[in-house]
Design a protein around this ligand. Sequence first.
Ligand code: GLC
Ligand code: CA
Length: 555
Amino acid sequence: MTSTIDQDHLIGTEITTDLWRTAVVYQIYPRSFADSNGDGIGDLPGITSRVPYLRWLGVNAVWLSPFYPSALADGGYDVDDHRNVDPQLGDLDDFDAMVAALHAADIRVIVDIVPNHTSNRHAWFVQALAAGRGAPERDRYLFRDGRGTAGELPPNDWESIFGGSAWASAGDGQWYFHCFAAEQPDLNWENEEVREDFRRTIRFWADRGVDGFRIDVAHGLRKDLSEPYPPWGEIADLMRPDGSHPLWDRDDVHEIYGDWRRIFDSYDPPRYAVAEAIVHPTRRARYAAADSLGQAFNFAMQDADWRAEDYRQVIDTGLADMINSGATTSWLLGCHDTPRVATRYGLPLEDDRPAQLIARAWLLSDGAQPYLNRSLGERRARAAIMILLALPGSTYIYQGDELGLHEVADLAPEVLEDPMARRSATEKGRDGCRVPLPWTAQGPSYGFGAAVGHLPQPDWFGAYAVSVQEADPDSTLTLYRRALALRGRLFAGSGLSWVESEPSVLHFARPGGISCVTNFGTAPVSLPAGQVLLSSHHLDHGRLPADTTVWLRVP
Ligand code: GLC
Ligand code: CA
């Protein structure tokens, strides 16, 4: 053994029995999950109809990306009204029915809170524009005077995450700030009305039986817009280790979460929260602390390349987070913002470019490059999920990854919905992982609904359908299901020990005599002694083939 981290002694029994510390959470992108009424858009009754599938799969919770009223300028992350359901997706009664069905199946419910911005159709923003300069309605957002004789120039040269200026004109010499699309004006978190409104939103959903919240852009709420503004060149690097960036990960953001924590804890059981915080790795644990949001996504795994040393490094930092925050890490291989994992791992790696960037560049070329090795990518993605599910902590699964789905790279420009694609010349955007799921091998939308889905599914989708995979003992879906069923029984506590092995092999032991071994190399390796409990691929005469993970019970 080279190193050992066993922090069970740090954690009281009360906390170790908390399901959230180890929960497997399935992310639903509602518009692309299941369409109940044949309008091509997934909806809440569609989710309700698929609760038996989620239970059969064996997940503990679902996280729903936004289903709130929205013009879909950013896939629903442009929210018109945080306390309602988009009429295209259903209504509050449908929401209650969905929660009841999920709870009856012992599946908890997490909803998305989007506090950094509203949509430009939100009543507050409409009022702010109408009220004019200096009006209190403008103080809920970040309006500033423009430069030039009549304010005809934006206040500074800062850029939006989606490309182009971070400022949009109000038409009267003032400009409003938007980190994302112009349809997503940023809120002013120094305004007490803004704070009170989000307290109300959290209580609104918690009172309806929601068990937890995923906090969108948790690192972005507090900003320092005091002048003089530093030039964009000085702040374009978004992650700093010291909280000194004017826009991201400022220390005072945690004061907001301390306030929310009191609300979460006023419920029985306390409501759960997880931060989407894209921050310097040393700053992640702060969001996961018990007096802040309580858990934070570990995006490093999503950025890791398919290499033993990359995985080991990401796991080590995630374990360090646990010690620093007292919370477990939330691992994930993908989400609605990232090219699908099977595709990332099926493209050839280059030394100087990570898999994420290679996949994004490949998308932009319309997938014309013949480099994708689909079966290799799927095989690695299967080995990868077995690593995640063997780690201490919680794991998030993005809808469709359990089918081994690939990115839909060749969506025609005219069907793209993502503002990232529209605003930027260097991004194809995120629609390729948001194509409606295939449930059956045939049908107008492969069982997604009675009509063609809002983003076109490619011909190859049928082969990945749930109906094709559910009875196939070798399918990716079967592997997920087996792994989820075994996981709860095999892995306990939060200890992990590295076991010495050759450089291309990742081997760790968990309490209770269970080991997880992955061969990242190109040739089969011999397996340590033990009983094979699950394997991501058939073994090769008792040896562990390339790109394969096994769970072993060691004597
Ligand atoms: C988060 C969401 C992403 C959205 C952005 C702006 O990063 O995951 O989909 O575009 O916030 O709300
Ligand atoms: Ca529908």
